[in-house]
Design a binder for this molecule. Structure first.
Ligand code: SF4
Ligand code: FES
Length: 750
């Protein structure tokens, strides 16, 4: 179809509106209420344009095109219509641009400059709207609101959680939160971007800088395996805010609050800025030039004294691919095979038959092509908020979503059916289950990280494999960290080297390393307090080992107490790096800010150790080209044999103790992001107990739980009637440690 805009011919699709054709061809039409990812309401009238043969100017956002339509975006009729709209919008808008955070990027300011008048006829008092404190993340100046309703439609249509609404009419129209202090969506920050004026503002950025003084740097989210694209805005070498970098394949134009505000953790008070070495039982400061040499001497003298099998090494899967490549490269060249990134797991029997790396099994863009998506042990709303947008889109295209979990949790998209059962019942169900509604359909079964914490993970994965076959479903994974994919494919596991090549003599896995009285332990980018399945076992190992080496960005109490060497390393934003997302996308980024001068670039520290041991020296480019060539040679479609091992089912009547991944405690950085941890969602720090456990207990005030022969008393529990029988669930937040392991069987003491 052909249409003419300003007398130039353009191709157009029959189902397009005028604004869509104009946008595609870079023809500017002012707008406030229109947004390409929201429904069209045509309420602001800013996009009025003249159409030949039509008496009055028409809204470009809602007017469908017709063959040979002739539109003018520059005619005097168009200009007059837009000028009048602007005059009305400015009647009540305050003239506080000099102190408005939106200044410099305000759509109203820009449109007013181009389409407004130079004086106002309005001599009455402007209206004032009283502000409400709606969130620790968003500040409001509601007098500036122009009632475009983008924020309202976002909640309803994209986030699936309508928390703001328009109340009253005409002069008295207001945007209000339904609950006074209650914007709690995990995607709430997107309303700040959508607001065309300075009514909804980023609280962390308030009065920090003027927008024209900011430097913009692209980066990839370090908080989940989706790999959202972000722009960090930097002022005086400090990240002052984050906004989405549009990527239609991943995060579109949205960001989760975790990705938007998580950077605050970089500026935590417990950042580690000093290299240290323990001498005569006290940690002493070491020159940052010398610490790498000292660490190298410590590793090599340990290799001289013991065998390499007495050295254990752990790396966080939040580390970059470059760090993971160099970490295993260094250790394997030194003959050390005890390497693992799966520190939150307990049961590794499954590892030989696991795919080369965990993967979603499809592209994020293709999720809506499935008839059924079956979620296993995962809460998308809190664990992968950005996927809520995609699942809402999928449901609109008739995908049905099912959920199996040991805890009843809300989602912000419609769930066809929820199955809430304890681990043992879920396991029995999967052995025989056939979800009839999914038969002969296109199905995707998505396994979440909570399953990986299970002390019987292997038997669970085997049962899920059987379930998937029963309903002819593809299997996909969502992982614990942003770069667990690299953990697997780059050989940071004890049984496979880089590229997933199988080792004949595997090293010890994360649990075995803590149970085998090793003489030297190396930790890279991990919080001992939170990033291990069993922190008691970890402390026990730290006490027994002769040498504990920590490469860390944070100085935690356990590190301070047990470290023999501390190397202060950069965070993700302070170094060049890459992450491989759950679709297998390799995304690189450059350093955004320069850290304290004592902090060492993580990959450079590992490279230096390689050089000291006469191994190949790398540059960031040479690592990336080696990674690209490794990844290009891998056949990700190769099927792994199905695990034929027979696992014993635990039929005991013990109590199931499970943790829930706390929304803002999932990784080192975000658990230190103060404002996120002040949100309503972050307050979930309770221990939940099923009704039958409470009824059986003699003491109604204190429950005594026995785990690994130790007795733990819980006095701050809540009884949940919707919790499956024989179940205790706790939220694994930064400061809520409950007993020893993340998921296990416990018994109760009378
Ligand atoms: S608060 Fe902003 S986004 Fe919401 S209606 Fe007002 S101007 Fe529009
Ligand atoms: S943008 Fe078209 S009416 Fe608001």
């Amino acid at each position: 179809m052909k249409i003419y805009i300003n007398n130039i011919e353009y191709d157009a699709n029959p189902d397009e509106t005028i604004i869509q054709v104009a946008d595609r061809n870079n023809i500017k039409i002012p707008r406030f209420c229109y947004h390409k990812h929201l429904s069209v309401v045509a309420s602001c009238r800013m996009c009025l344009v003249e159409i030949e043969g039509v008496k009055f100017a028409q809204p470009a956002c809602s007017t469908p095109i017709k063959e040979d339509m002739r539109i003018s975006t520059k005619s005097s009729k168009t200009k007059e219509a837009q000028k009048s709209t602007m005059e009305f919008l400015l009647i009540n808008h305050p003239l506080d641009c000099p102190i408005c955070d939106q200044a410099g990027e305000c759509e109203l300011q820009d449109v007013s400059l181009k389409h407004g008048d130079d004086h106002s006829k309005y001599l009455e008092f402007k209206r004032v709207v009283v502000d409400k404190d709606i969130s620790p993340l968003i500040s409001t100046e509601m007098t500036r609101c122009i009632h475009c309703s983008r924020c309202v439609r976002f909640g309803e249509e994209v986030a699936g959680n309508k928390e703001l609404g328009l109340i009253n009419r005409g002069e008295f129209t207001e945007i209000r939160a339904f609950i006074e202090d209650g914007v709690s969506s995990e995607l709430s920050g997107n309303m700040i971007d959508l607001c065309p004026v300075g009514a909804l503002n980023n609280k962390l950025y308030s009065y920090k800088a003027r927008t024209w003084d900011l430097k913009q740097h692209p980066i990839i989210s370090p908080h989940d395996c989706i790999g959202s694209n972000i722009f960090y805005h930097v002022y005086n070498n400090e990240i002052v805010r984050a906004i989405p970098k549009e990527n239609s394949d991943i995060n579109q134009t949205w960001l989760s609050d975790r990705d938007r505000f998580g950077y605050q953790g970089i500026y935590s008070k417990d950042r580690c800025y000093v290299s240290k070495h323990r001498k005569n039982k006290t940690l002493e400061r070491v020159d940052s030039q010398d610490i790498i040499k000292k660490v190298n001497n410590a590793i090599n003298s340990s290799l001289d004294k013991n065998t390499s099998s007495k050295i254990g090494s752990f790396i966080s899967a939040q580390s970059t691919s470059e760090e993971m490549f160099l970490f295993q490269n260094l250790l394997r060249k030194l003959g050390i095979k005890n390497i693992d990134h799966r520190t939150n797991e307990r049961d590794f029997d499954y590892q030989d038959t696991y795919p080369l790396m965990p993967s979603l099994g499809c592209n994020i863009n293709d999720l809506s092509e499935y008839d059924n998506i079956i979620l296993i042990g995962v809460n998308i709303k809190t664990e992968y908020p950005i996927l809520t947008v995609r699942l809402n889109e999928s449901v609109k295209q008739d995908t049905k979503i099912y959920s199996y979990h040991y805890f009843n949790m809300d989602e912000d998209f419609p769930v066809e059916k929820k199955f809430v059962m304890n681990n043992t019942d879920l396991l029995s169900l999967f052995q025989e289950h056939t979800l009839e509604s999914c038969r002969n359909k296109k199905n995707l079964l998505v396994i979440g990280p909570n399953i990986t914490y299970f002390s019987n993970q292997s038997v669970f994965l085997q049962a899920l494999d059987k379930f998937a076959k029963n309903i002819n479903s593809q299997i996909g994974y969502l992982t614990d960290f942003c770069n667990s994919t690299s953990g697997w494919i780059l050989g940071n596991v004890p049984h496979r080297t880089i590229g997933g090549v199988k080792l004949d003599n595997p090293g010890l896995n994360a649990t075995e390393m803590l149970e085998n009285d090793l003489s030297t332990l190396i930790f890279y980018n991990l919080d001992p307090e939170n990033d291990f399945h069993n922190s008691s076992a970890l402390i026990n190992s730290l006490q027994k080992s002769e040498c504990n080496i920590f490469f860390t960005s944070y100085l935690t109490p356990i590190i301070e107490k047990y470290a023999d060497y501390i190397v202060p390393i950069s965070t993700y934003a302070e170094s060049d790096g890459s992450f491989i997302n759950i679709e297998g996308r390799f995304q690189s980024f450059n350093k955004v800010i320069t850290p304290n001068s004592n902090v060492i670039d993580g990959w450079r520290a590992l490279n230096e150790l390689n050089i000291l041991n006469n191994h190949q020296a790398y540059t960031i480019e040479s690592i990336r080209s080696e990674l690209s060539s490794t990844l290009s040679k891998i056949d990700f479609t190769s099927k792994i044999l199905i695990d034929k091992k027979k696992y014993e089912l635990d039929k005991s009547t013990k109590v199931h103790k499970n943790s829930l991944r706390h929304i803002y405690s999932t990784d080192q950085i975000v658990r230190r992001a103060k404002s996120l941890n002040e949100t309503i969602q972050a307050n979930n720090k309770s221990v939940y107990v099923s009704r039958d456990i409470f009824d059986d207990s003699e003491n109604k005030k204190i429950l005594k739980v026995v785990e690994n022969n130790r007795v733990f008393k819980i006095d701050n529990f809540q009884i949940r009637d919707d919790l499956p029988s024989r179940t205790i669930v706790y939220s694994s937040s930064f400061n809520n440690k409950f007993t020893e392991s993340k998921s296990t069987f416990v018994s109760l003491k009378k």
